[in-house]
Design a binder for this molecule. Structure first.
Ligand code: PEP
Ligand code: MN
Length: 377
């Protein structure tokens, strides 16, 4: 794609680091909070929930670009202060949307990241201003913007001098009325193929309804997203904006608990939070135990299939077993697990595998010979 002089992918992917939080690295970063900042208590509760879920960044809009001029327009500076305070007290970073020079100047020294919303993706003067600040910019994809237009908007920020841009897919306008927008899941892959910039997904503005957020968030991770930006409100029914698409804190936490497994399945990391209570920690362990057993069951099934391709005297392959153990011991060390554990567990797994293969071979032979006997009568 021409003109992606700085945004185009040549060799390495960019990892954008903000106070120790790395976006675009191995870990998928969760960001959450209400559409609009409404009060100090609302932000305190939101921050506590984001933290508990393992989120790293608190969101909240204070300058709201609303479709109707009569809708709530945001609390401005007062709102930023509520968010900044809540984020600080809970050890989170925070992000808010800027819409023009004035709003940018008001918040730039207070928040950790700035957001440029879908409606401003091609506000070129704003993009140039964002290129002059020393804060990462989350650049949402415009309502009807092509991926090329979105990447060129990022190029504006980069070429004005700010190298820290995070792309955010948030659904595009299509002919389909059953969701607010249509989440373009493939845009994640396309943007990452064309650009080195991290790509996150906002399933909330895509769906416009909370019942779809969980599945869209999982789809985003599977598609390669580097982070998720999700609307959550302590009391969505009372929210001044985007209540129907906002998760409750409980739903947000339950979703975060599920995302770890999805992240693992695509070899990414996901912080499932401290969850501090014994109950929360136990539920994380239960989930991981389930994944372990499901993984073992899947392994056994493959082992059974393997037996079709082996002779009975070749079922046990000592050199392959040694090679597997060696490889897993190295991995265990990398992951800070005692490598002894592998030496203890794996011989047992191999043993069951061999027994299963022998049983299934003997069974096949029995069937073959009884078939033969029948035929020879
Ligand atoms: C928002 O994040 O609150 C928002 C207005 O999003 P978008 O610009 O994607 O509509
Ligand atoms: Mn919103």
């Amino acid at each position: 794609m021409k003109d992606l002089k700085l945004a185009g992918l040549d060799s390495e992917r960019s990892i954008i680091e903000v106070d120790g939080v790395k976006i675009g690295g191995e870990e998928i970063i969760l960001m959450g909070g209400p559409c609009a900042v409404e009060s100090s208590i609302q932000m305190q509760e939101s921050a506590a929930s984001v933290k508990k879920a393992g989120g790293k960044i608190l969101r909240g809009g204070v300058f709201k670009p609303r479709t109707s001029p009569y809708s709530f327009q945001g609390l401005g500076l007062e709102g930023v202060n509520y968010m900044v305070q809540a984020a600080k007290e809970h050890g989170l970073l925070c992000v808010t949307e800027v819409v023009d020079t004035r709003s940018l100047d008001l918040v730039v020294d207070k928040v950790d990241l700035l957001q440029i919303g879908a409606r401003n993706m091609q506000n070129f003067e704003l993009l140039k201003l964002a290129g002059k600040v020393d804060k990462p910019i989350i650049l949402k994809r415009g309502l009807s913007a092509t991926i090329e237009e979105w990447l060129l908007a990022a190029e504006y920020i980069l070429s004005a001098g700010n190298p820290r841009v995070i792309l955010c897919e948030r659904g595009i306008r299509t002919f389909e009325p059953s969701t607010r927008n249509t989440l373009d899941v493939s845009a994640v892959g396309v943007a990452k193929e064309l650009s080195h910039l991290p790509v996150i997904v906002d399933p909330s503005h895509a769906a416009g309804r909370r019942d779809l957020i969980s599945s869209l968030a999982k789809a985003a991770i599977a598609a390669g997203a580097d982070g998720l930006l999700i609307e959550m409100h302590p009391n969505p029914d009372e929210a001044v904006s985007d209540g129907p698409q906002s998760l409750t804190p409980e739903q947000f936490l339950a979703l975060a608990r599920e995302l770890g497994g999805v992240a693992r399945s695509v070899r990414r990391a996901f912080d499932m939070g401290t969850g501090d209570s014994l109950e929360a920690l136990r539920s994380q362990i239960d989930k991981i135990d389930r994944d372990i057993i499901e993984g073992l069951a899947e392994r056994m099934q493959i082992v059974r299939k393997l037996s079709d391709q082996k002779r009975l005297d070749r079922v046990k392959d000592v050199s392959r077993e040694k090679e597997i153990i060696q490889r897993l011991m190295t991995l265990a060390e990398e992951l800070n697990l005692p490598s002894d554990l592998i030496k203890k567990i794996y011989p047992l797994i191999f043993e069951y595998g061999v027994q299963t293969q022998i049983k299934s071979k003997l069974q096949d032979e029995k069937i073959d010979s009884s078939f033969y006997n029948l035929g020879s009568k």
